[in-house]
Every structure is written in structure tokens, then in C-alpha cells.
Write a protein that binds this ligand. Structure first.
Ligand SMILES: NC(=O)c1ccc[n+]([C@@H]2O[C@H](COP(=O)([O-])OP(=O)(O)OC[C@H]3O[C@@H](n4cnc5c(N)ncnc54)[C@H](O)[C@@H]3O)[C@@H](O)[C@H]2O)c1
Length: 262
């Protein structure tokens, strides 16, 4: 059945993959981003910040499924420099976009009665388990965030749990693998076999978002965290069984499929 789906961050790397896959399935997709969304007519491309609550709530009207991707992603280099050069973009970007913005999005969804939310989290919320060698990391593993960006995603997941528990929404927190945003990130992944194991192709990302939107509500618990990557090249670092069980998603691609555009 055709759904009305709102994708925030729709002009970004993963947003474009989600929009293309959902449109190809015949869904009515509305995008919301700071810039126009490629692949959508102007009438379905809302150009707005998450912090504009009026535009956000208008975009949320009548939505069956929200895919919330808009955020400041992690483009920091690791290992981080020692203080005082490790300030990161916490106050200037992560707090307004990933913390306050996330709250505004979930509030707008609650007020509009959106029944399903897919929230873009990251494997970085459990990064410490990879360092400890506890692999594949299971979905129930305690948080061991990598740094401040990962902390902002722990907050997003916690918000998702709270709204699922109190407002009857189905919430999937998807801990996404690494879908590179530029040629520099492609080069980083090429140089690291661990990174190749957590690579996420745009094609697999699009298939996941379709599966997350189309799975019947009765099959979903109120809240679940799931990992989504493409097929690992060497080692399975994140447990991909829950996403298969919950929404029937199995990755079809593997590094480096999908990086051609860089
Ligand atoms: N790409 C990855 O490897 C990866 C991995 C894990 C998690 N994620 C998460 O997935 C989501 C999408 O990541 P991406 O790689 O597509 O990033 P991206 O930077 O390509 O896209 C993010 C989009 O969000 C928009 N945006 C940012 N702040 C906004 C605001 N305040 N209001 C409206 N729009 C805003 C930007 O304009 C951009 O188009 C993010 O939440 C990111 O943290 C990405």
C-alpha cells in the first residue's frame, strides 16, 4: 500500500538513497532539508531547518512513516587531537541539530500522530565493544559511545524509547554502517579492512528504509535498535540478525559496490 513518508535530511547521502528507493516503490515521499531534495518535485521538497517548528509540523501532517536522517554527521578525524584542540562541534552543531533538532522532530511527530519512526543512529554508540573485541556486537549491548557525536545519537535512541513507551509509536533506531559522503571517506574505507566490514552501500541503505517502512506494524515491538551494514568482507562486526528478523532486511551488496559515483 502506498504510504506518505517524510524523510528529513533528504538531500544528504543517505537521504537521497532513501528517497530514490521509496519513490521507486511508489510511495508519496516528502523531503525536508536545508537544501532542495534531488529527485522530488518542488511541492514535496520542504526547504527548512529542523528548528523551524511551524514548517516541521506542516510537513508532518498526514505522515504514515517518518525517516529521520537530518543531523550533523561525524566527519571528525580519529584519533582526536589532545585538548584544547578536541573541542569538536558540540555546542555549535551537535546540540542544535542532533539534540534540540531531534527533540523538535519527535515532538512534531507526536503532535501529528505519526505511527512509525525510523531514527538514524550509528554503530558508534557501541564502538567500545569493537575495541574490546566483543564481536559481533549485539543490539542489547550497553552503550559504549565513541565520542560526542555518538553521545548525541545515544540521546536520539533514548528519545525514541521514551516516545515509543509513552505515545504508542513504533520506533526503530537504526545503527547505520558507514556510507561515505565524499572521495576522502572512500579512500579511508579503502585503507581499512575493519571499515570495509561496516561499509553500507547506498543500494542496501535504500532497501533497508523501504523494508522499515513497509513491515506491518503488528510485527514490530514498540522500540528496537538494529544494525544495518552491507555484507562484511571479512568479519561480522555487528549482529545483523535482528534487522532480518524484524523487517526482513538482508544486505545484498558488499564493499566497494556503490562507491562508483566518487
Ligand atoms: N553516512 C554514514 O556513514 C552514517 C553512519 C551512521 C549514521 N549516519 C547518520 O545518518 C544520517 C544521514 O547521514 P548522511 O551521511 O546522509 O549525512 P549528510 O550530511 O549527507 O546528510 C545530512 C542532511 O541533513 C541535513 N541537515 C543537517 N542539519 C539539519 C537541520 N538542522 N535541519 C534540516 N536539515 C539538516 C543536511 O543539509 C544534509 O543534507 C545522519 O543522522 C547521520 O548521523 C550516517
Amino acid at each position: 500500500m502506498t504510504q506518505r513518508i517524510l524523510v528529513t535530511g533528504s538531500a544528504g547521502r543517505l537521504g537521497r538513497a532513501a528517497v530514490a528507493a521509496l519513490v521507486a516503490r511508489g510511495h508519496f515521499v516528502v523531503g525536508l532539508d536545508l537544501k532542495p531534495t534531488p529527485g522530488l518535485p518542488e511541492s514535496q521538497s520542504v526547504v527548512s531547518t529542523l528548528l523551524d517548528t511551524h514548517r516541521l509540523s506542516t510537513a508532518m501532517t498526514g505522515i504514515d512513516c517518518l525517516i529521520h536522517l537530518a543531523a550533523t554527521p561525524d566527519d571528525a578525524h580519529f584519533p582526536r587531537p589532545a585538548p584544547p584542540h578536541d573541542a569538536d562541534n558540540f555546542e555549535s552543531e551537535l546540540v542544535p541539530n542532533n539534540v534540540v533538532g531531534a527533540y523538535q522532530v519527535l515532538e512534531a511527530a507526536r503532535k501529528a500522530g505519526v505511527p512509525r519512526l525510523v531514527l538514524a543512529s550509528t554503530g558508534q554508540v557501541v564502538d567500545g565493544h569493537l575495541d574490546d573485541g566483543n564481536i559481533p556486537v549485539v543490539a542489547s549491548a550497553a552503550y559504549k559511545p565513541r565520542y560526542l557525536y555518538a553521545c548525541s545519537k545515544v540521546f536520539l535512541e533514548a528519545l525514541g524509547q521514551v516516545y515509543a513507551a509513552n505515545h504508542g509509536m513504533k520506533v526503530l533506531a537504526v545503527r547505520l554502517g558507514w556510507c561515505p559522503r565524499d572521495a576522502g571517506q572512500v579512500a579511508e574505507i579503502r585503507a581499512s579492512t575493519d571499515d570495509q566490514d561496516v561499509y553500507l552501500s547506498p543500494g542496501d541503505a535504500g532497501r533497508f528504509f523501504v523494508a522499515a517502512a513497509e513491515t506491518p506494524a503488528a510485527k514490530l515491538p514498540p522500540f528496537a535498535p538494529v544494525y544495518v551494514t552491507s555484507r562484511p568482507v571479512r568479519h561480522l562486526l555487528y549482529d545483523l540478525e535482528p534487522v532480518k528478523k524484524l523487517v526482513g532486511f538482508e544486505p545484498q551488496e558488499q564493499w566497494p559496490t556503490g562507491v562508483e559515483e566518487f
